[in-house]
Write a protein that binds this ligand. Sequence first.
Ligand SMILES: C[S@@+](CC[C@H](N)C(=O)[O-])C[C@H]1O[C@@H](n2cnc3c(N)ncnc32)[C@H](O)[C@@H]1O
Length: 343
Amino acid sequence: MKSTGKMGVGHISENKEKIIITSKKDIEEKLRESLKNHELPDYLLYTGADGARNWLKLDESETFLVARKLKVLLEKNIASIVRFIPTGMNFVSIGVGNGEKEIIFLEEMIRKNLVEKPASGKISIRYYPIDINNELVDIALEKVENLPVEKKGIVGFIEDMAILKKIWRLPVLFCIMGNTFCNYEPEFILQLIRENLEQGDLFFFDANLLPTEGSGEEAQSAKRSVLGTYASRENALFNMYPLLHYGMAPEDFDFELLLAHVDSRIGALYRTRKSLNILKDAELRIGPETIGFREGDIIRMGFTYKYTYDQITSFLDICGFDILKTFLSEDMENVIILAKKRI
Ligand SMILES: C[S@@+](CC[C@H](N)C(=O)[O-])C[C@H]1O[C@@H](n2cnc3c(N)ncnc32)[C@H](O)[C@@H]1O
């Protein structure tokens, strides 16, 4: 999705703890328009209280370990990561979800600030949990109720980063966690972040990798394991939810997920390709409108890139980022990276 900047900006609402840039109504309108074009981008899977509940359920499921394995890698390396983060930095996390990884960061940052505190007194951290889902922002805010940080939740899109950045106080550690980075075109997301970070800011993200690029049995088994993760029943239900919620029956359509090669500036990359294939004529009712589908229609969905480690570091390099530190899991399946914009 490209910038949504014009939308919602006129309706910004604010209270002490939270700013709403994108409203529920905006999202419902996007859902309607997307489905009319036979598209269902991934961010629409996280809509409303049900979208939040579905994601949290998927995140806990035994068959979908992506975000959880990234959390384990973060926990293991948090002290080393925070050593690279100057005292006094503020913390922005976009696509925050339930905010549990952010607690790991904040607790370590607070510990470090206390140790390094200048004689003059207290250093306060400002925390900005950001998500398009209002309910998830509330959950993330509740999680830090007892931490000594100043907080401001924001409901908005990462694509509107130029608007979001006016809210936060510099310098920031800007995070995208839970493999969310891989849901975007690499050069689009890196350019967006580069354009909107300032000189003293840092960028942190994680990714679930394709462990090997070569051909042969090992590569085939890696691909099978990727397909296994995303084709699980739990993930299928998560992806099918909007159609079921707005009136279709499970037998009206099929969820399909493939792993395909796509070209890029650095060569071929693996990317998932998802679709909902309509098996019977059916209708959806969203707000005041009815949207009809015919047998054989295909609804195109979002994707996840499956990079190798070298592919990610190449993109960082060509998009103008210097890597400060990377942590690869022992099985080479997950990575977390701290970087800064090259000046
Ligand atoms: C894969 S989940 C990851 C959640 C969390 N960071 C974690 O590690 O568990 C992606 C999150 O990003 C949010 N999201 C999706 N698209 C977004 C967008 N364009 N801008 C901001 N947040 C978005 C979703 O609502 C969801 O909470």
